[in-house]
Ligand binder design. Structure first.
Ligand code: FAD
Ligand code: SIN
Length: 537
């Protein structure tokens, strides 16, 4: 199954196509170049768009005195609530420190303590200070700056901006050998074309825009995951949407990207208060305000429901030099009329991160040969049911290097010719975007139930009847949102337990029989199947 497009009017070729210019795409591209492969990097908007540049808290890695990959592993496994893939976590935590050192060698500059050593802070679920940060709370901007400079300096990487990848192309033997892509304003490469390669790497980031309120930027419409689904790749763990506990509460009628108040603010001493002024996380978990994210988000949601209020409060007034330590957050609070050094900050959970994605092996290869996936779009199994804070940038660094290494060793000389069979196409009306997002927030949000999920699934079915023939960015994106929303709801309905960031009011506790991951699959004529797979945790 494919999205409806015009006929491709141009063709471009490279050894490897990397889709996306966040930490995952840029790291993969640089490592592929180091292996002497030609790289085409296509990205949907300006090159620095994506979640990476918004990352605040930092990157987790066992670099501090006394810290070890084993301790990092233990915190990752606890946060993942029994569903982490042990091998993937081992890779993440043991290769993490070296990947961070390589990032520093590529030019990223992290904040230093007075001793001159890299400063390390703490976030939810970590039992140690192991988070490197830059510019106080502007870690992502620094990571993005450093990697972009390296990529833009490399003549072997061709970059096409404003290039939205639509669907995968397959060879007669079933391997992925390219993509269709729509480019705006690139002369002879304007409009729909095809990019052919010996391997394709999806690094299109998260899917926060499936929900009404999210920390994710506008480009996070999950295009790569939806494309992989349509190509027949397995997609897993998508019910585990992580809701960040502390997103600046404004007027909830404001949809789209919302300002984040980093968990590092709690790491530096801020506490959560309810409307009676009670420090409600105390006594709820041994790490109180710094419990894993899913636990804090659930407690905030409960407090809001019980008091029938739209937010709780974050008290950061005891933090010395808030402005110096958190300049980005300070500015966004002031923009919204709050001085965090003197006032409480209103906060509520919002969709933040997709712990699942396209199912890949330890080399980042999906269930379809030639199709690799890196970063937030991938399900490596490293996050299980709930990602540990600041493990995402790390995952992009670690697996980006592994993917490039694997491609370099296993790249086919060339593929068979393209399949030209006519596949069924679909394209949905952009007007369904807001109703879809509202239905997802209402029925598949922080807390779900069979009733709420079934209602959302019905709405999605109704919305999917609204088709269009106008193929443009809006209709491609909304069609992708529809595929992802359906996958999330199907998996959330199937998982009749509460675990990690999947919270069912009708099945409120963890159930040992669900010690497995749920896999969604779409076959060539658009039929869905949901299966389960054991996890080596
Ligand atoms: P992204 O950085 O999102 O990049 C995706 C790229 O794909 C973009 O360039 C986009 O334009 C492009 N793209 C998308 N669709 C298409 C398409 N169809 N065709 C072509 N290109 C496409 N994680 C941490 O570890 N530490 C943190 O402190 C942290 N803080 C965060 C704060 C915020 C506000 C947010 C939103 C996230 C935070 N995260 C953090 C999560 C982390 O930033 C992301 O998970 C990570 O950056 C994802 O990297 P990525 O390369 O996979 O995707
Ligand atoms: C934050 O700074 O709170 C976000 C960190 C993350 O998503 O890992």
């Amino acid at each position: 199954m494919k999205l409806f497009t015009g006929k491709p009017g141009w063709t471009v070729r490279a050894d490897v196509i990397v889709i996306g210019s966040g930490v995952a795409g840029l790291t993969t591209a640089l490592n592929a170049r180091a292996a002497n492969l030609s790289v085409l990097l296509v990205t949907k908007a300006n090159i620095d768009e994506g979640s990476t540049k918004w990352a605040q808290g930092g990157i987790a890695a066992a670099l501090g005195p006394g810290d070890t990959p084993d301790q990092h592993k233990s915190d990752t496994l606890i946060a993942g609530a029994g569903l982490c893939d042990l091998d993937a976590v081992n890779v993440l935590v043991t290769e993490g420190p070296e990947a961070v050192r390589k990032l520093i060698a590529r030019g990223a500059v992290f904040d230093k303590a007075e001793s001159g050593e890299i400063a390390l802070t703490r976030e939810g679920g970590h039992h140690r200070n192991r988070i490197l940060h830059a510019g106080g709370d502007a870690t992502g901007a620094e990571v993005s700056r450093a990697l972009l400079a390296a990529v833009q300096n490399d003549e072997g990487i061709e970059i096409i901006e404003h290039a939205l990848v639509i669907d995968a192309l397959k060879s007669k033997s079933g391997e992925v050998c390219g993509v269709t892509v729509h480019v705006i304003g690139e002369g002879s490469r304007d409009g729909v074309g095809q990019a052919l390669a010996r391997a394709v790497v999806i690094a299109t980031g998260g899917l926060g825009q499936v929900y009404s309120q999210t920390t994710n930027p506008a480009v996070s419409t999950g295009d790569g995951v939806a494309m992989a689904l349509r190509a027949g790749a397995d997609v897993a763990d998508v019910e585990f949407i992580q809701f960040h506990p502390t997103v600046l509460w404004r007027d909830m009628s404001l949809g789209g990207q919302q300002p984040l108040i980093s968990e590092a603010v709690r790491g530096e001493g801020a506490i959560l208060l309810n409307h009676k002024g009670e420090h409600f996380m105390q006594g709820k978990h041994e790490q109180a305000d710094l419990a894993p994210r899913d636990i804090v988000a659930k407690e905030i949601f409960t407090q809001m429901k019980e008091a029938n209020v739209p937010h709780v409060w974050l008290d950061a007034t005891a933090i010395k030099d808030f402005k110096g330590r958190f300049p980005t957050i300070y500015a966004s609070c002031l923009e919204n009329g709050i001085d965090p050094t003197k006032q409480l900050i209103p906060v509520a959970p919002a969709s933040h991160y997709s712990s699942g994605g396209v199912l890949v092996d330890l080399n980042g290869e999906s269930t379809i040969k030639g199709l690799y996936v890196c970063g937030e779009s991938a399900c490596t199994g490293a996050h299980g049911a709930n990602r540990l804070a600041s493990n995402s940038l790390l995952e992009g660094l670690v697996f980006g290097a592994r993917i490039a290494e694997h491609i370099a060793k296993h790249l086919p000389e060339q593929h068979d010719s393209l399949v030209n069979e006519k596949e069924e196409t679909i394209l949905l009306d952009p007007a369904i975007r807001i109703p879809l997002q509202l239905a997802m927030s209402e029925g598949a949000g922080v807390m779900r139930s069979e009733k709420s999920l079934a209602g959302t699934l019905l709405t999605l079915e109704e919305l999917s009847k609204r088709k269009t023939k106008i193929a443009d960015i809006n209709s491609w994106e909304v069609s992708n949102l529809y595929f992802l929303a359906t996958a999330i709801v199907r998996s959330a309905l199937a998982r009749t337990e509460s675990r990690g960031s999947h919270w069912r009011s009708d099945f409120p506790v963890i159930d040992i029989k669900w010690q497995s991951r749920i896999v969604e699959h779409l076959d060539i004529d658009g039929a869905w199947s949901t299966t389960t797979e054991a996890v080596q945790s």
